[in-house]
Design a protein around this ligand. Structure first.
Ligand SMILES: Nc1nc2c(ncn2[C@@H]2O[C@H](COP(=O)(O)OP(=O)(O)OP(=O)(O)O)[C@@H](O)[C@H]2O)c(=O)[nH]1
Ligand SMILES: [Mg+2]
Length: 636
């Protein structure tokens, strides 16, 4: 069983001394801490309640200057030990730490009144009353209140009992299984290399596994790992974990980075969040305010954009977007804390609703989704996310961070939805899904595209697959286009014959009228042999418009009944063949051909002979050398 308990409370109220009295471990390790008698950095200890239950303890500093370290420590805890010195009672950081714990979503805790050896019983009673009043309507409202003295040992046994009870309550909540370890310390050990430590907040990891450090996405391998300074094979949620990393330099890592498996987290510059603005905040919070933003063990500057109003009053909540100067990695449901610049104090916090957000406008229809997102069942949550993802769809890993669902639940829901045809799997490797509505819209659009193609090319069997991918399909992933084609084929909407795609019912047909026209056109050209009418004359004779004439000529060229000499001049394939035969005879006896020779050979005027000679060059039958032509390829 793994569980993390954290201290909280005002400076000098006896947190570190209490942990030492409980565990024998002095959490103040730094020289400066020992010299000044205060805690600066996070301290770590553990307590064995019984042979099976070791609880991790994070001791935090109370000094107002180090609240940011406190937040980093509190981000990983399951329950809190709020320490209040009996002689001083509630002080500013008692309040601030309590607010932070509540913003971080911590639900369990104990209140410890320390230093009772310094006060008389009447005073103790007064302080107790005071504390109880203050805790009303906080998450510690009904928490046990335990008087102790770390110096005399009075009350310590009661405290251990109370902790044991608390552990049983708090233990159930970890079931999200995405492995994540926010780093709170980095150092290197001679002969071992880089070591990172933190609290594994969810999931588990084994030695030998490959991991990734986010948001920079640096890869490394776990050489060995320790849980509470003991070598282990596996580290899991709720355990203080040290990873010895292979293949990465210490300088590339900093507090706040997150260790997870490759391709499981998605760094982003914008999150959509629900923000709670503390009632103790001194003044309203304005749209676009810059704040210190704390998530996990990370602290970064960020700007808050409200999605519903321009100003939030103390005690109010609001939908907002947070924009970061550097990519951040979050998961749906993660908590965060914000602190103002001056005075430097905690003013609010909240939870992530979308860790991979697009910029939202105030009137965006997505807002109504975010209004109710926290109440949605897994199925609705998945569908809604897929709906917003539109034609991009979402992969399984993206869905994990966008829904905060554990993999088993997500997998089951996805399979159910896919079998009900509410969603479509279009990429197997990443398990990428698209919602039905979007999928069907795309399918319809594709059908329309093929329809248009048929109209434009009535003589063609269909569009080649490669042409389709590079035209309609170029905006979508190939696998999606492939899935759509398969779907349409299975549903007998299209057919695919030798990689030529056509509508299922499509048959090449010109229609009677066009057929007649095309026959007349062909006759007109073919019967004139080597001196066919030019386009202008055709238009004049037939009375058809030029577009139509060109279309019909194009069809005849495609059918290889005509040859296009230039944009005005079409020759029947038969006449062209005869010309080639003449040339073949000619070149069997002559080396070269002048325009005059050509005129003699064919009896054609310049109007026909010049374009024909140019065409012969273009078709690479002849080649121009000075004023003459020589044979370029053998005529057959
Ligand atoms: N008399 C008495 N003194 C105590 C008790 N617990 C702590 N102290 C003293 O109070 C002082 C502060 O104790 P710490 O444990 O360092 O306080 P802290 O809350 O960890 O302080 P920060 O980490 O700096 O916020 C020390 O001098 C302790 O010896 C107690 O139960 N009785
Ligand atoms: Mg301390």
């Amino acid at each position: 069983m793994a569980i993390v308990m954290g201290t909280a409370g005002h400076i000098d109220h006896g947190k570190t001394t209490l942990i030492k009295a409980l565990t024998g471990i002095n959490c103040d390790r730094l020289v400066e801490e020992k010299k000044r008698g205060i805690t600066i950095e996070l301290g770590f200890a553990y307590l064995d309640l019984d042979p099976k239950t070791r609880i991790s303890i994070i001791d935090v500093p109370g000094h107002e200057k180090f609240v940011k370290n406190m937040v980093a420590g509190a981000a990983g805890i399951d329950f809190v030990l709020l320490v209040i010195a009996a002689d001083e009672g509630i002080m500013p950081q008692t309040k601030e730490h309590l607010e932070i714990c509540s913003l971080l979503g911590i639900k369990y805790g104990l209140v410890v009144l320390t230093k009772i050896d310094l006060v008389d019983p009447e005073w103790l009673e007064l302080v107790q009353e005071d504390v109880k009043t203050y805790l009303q309507s906080t998450f510690l409202e009904n928490a046990p209140l335990i008087p102790v003295s770390a110096h005399t040992g009075q009350g310590l046994e009661d405290l251990k009992q109370a902790i044991a009870t608390q552990v049983k309550k708090a233990i159930k909540i970890r079931d999200f299984d995405l492995f994540r370890l926010p780093i709170d310390r980095v150092f290197s050990i001679k002969g071992h290399g880089t070591v990172v430590t933190g609290t594994t907040v969810s999931g588990k990891i084994k030695t030998g596994e490959e991991v990734c450090l986010y948001p920079k996405k640096e890869h490394a391998k776990i050489r060995s790992l320790q849980v509470h300074t003991q070598d282990k094979e596996v580290a899991q949620a709720g355990e203080r974990t040290a990873l010895n990393l292979q293949g990465i330099d210490k300088d590339k890592i900093e507090r706040g980075d997150i260790v997870a498996r490759p391709n499981t987290l998605f760094p982003d510059l914008t999150w959509t969040v629900r923000l709670f603005y503390l009632s103790s905040a001194p003044r309203p919070l304005k749209h676009r305010t810059e704040v210190h933003f704390h998530h996990g063990s990370k602290e970064v500057l960020a700007r808050i954009y409200f999605l519903e109003k321009d100003e939030v009053k103390p005690g109010e909540q609001v939908l907002a977007q947070v924009r970061f100067p550097e990519p951040m990695v979050g998961v749906f449901g993660d908590r965060f804390v914000i602190r103002s610049f001056s005075p430097l104090r905690t003013i609010g916090g909240g939870l992530i609703l979308d860790p991979m957000a697009t910029h939202l406008k105030r009137r965006s229809p997505d807002l109504s989704f975010f209004e109710q997102i926290e109440k949605l069942e897994p199925r609705e949550l998945i569908l809604n996310n897929l709906h917003r993802a539109k034609t991009k769809g979402l992969s399984f890993a993206e869905l994990v961070v966008k829904t905060g669902l554990k993999t088993k639940v997500l997998d089951k829901e996805l399979q159910k939805l896919a079998s009900q045809k509410k969603i479509f799997l279009f990429e197997r490797e990443e398990k990428r899904y698209l919602i039905k509505e979007v999928f069907l819209e795309l399918a319809e659009d594709l059908i329309k595209f093929i329809q248009k193609f048929h109209q434009k090319h009535p003589l063609a069997e269909g569009i080649t697959k490669s042409e389709l991918f590079s035209s309609w399909g170029k905006e979508y992933p190939d696998k999606l286009v492939e899935t759509l084609l398969n779907y349409l084929q299975q549903n007998q909407k299209i057919k695919n014959i030798k990689a030529v795609i056509s509508l299922f019912s499509h048959q090449v047909s010109l229609g009677q009228e066009n057929q007649k026209k095309i026959e007349r056109l062909y006759k007109l050209i073919a019967e004139a042999k080597m001196t066919p009418p030019m386009i202008k004359e055709i238009i004049k004779v037939t009375g058809w418009n030029d577009k139509q004439v060109y279309e019909l000529l194009g069809l005849l060229v495609k059918e290889q009944k005509l040859v296009q000499v230039n944009e005005n001049f079409y020759l029947s394939a038969q006449s062209f063949l005869e010309l080639k035969t003449k040339l073949k005879d000619y070149f069997s006896q002559n080396q070269d051909l002048t325009p005059k020779d050509f005129k003699t050979l064919t009896g054609l005027s310049r109007k026909y002979s010049i374009p024909l000679l140019e065409f012969l060059d273009k078709a690479k039958i002849t080649m121009r050398v000075g004023d003459k032509r020589v044979l370029r390829t053998k005529i057959d």
